[in-house]
Design a protein around this ligand. Sequence first.
Ligand SMILES: [Zn+2]
Length: 86
Amino acid sequence: MGTIRGIGIQRQVLLFELERRCNFPECNARNFIGLTKNEAKEYRGFECSACERWNNDKLSKKDVPDWWDEIHSTQQSDSPSSDQTP
Ligand SMILES: [Zn+2]
């Protein structure tokens, strides 16, 4: 219970893998996208491995439940209500 993790920890490089379908209906290929945490912050899409077209995409919380708060706290560092609780 509570130890379901698809995240591989290799030294200091945290990597997780997304599974996405190509947005183009005639392709619809399955893509596996490996991202580090830094890459996840900048993630805007992927290039389909089958048709090589760009797919606009973004992460949702269920993609990166463990990193969601961290990724978004970094992006919105000047939010007025971002009090850091010790
Ligand atoms: Zn494709």
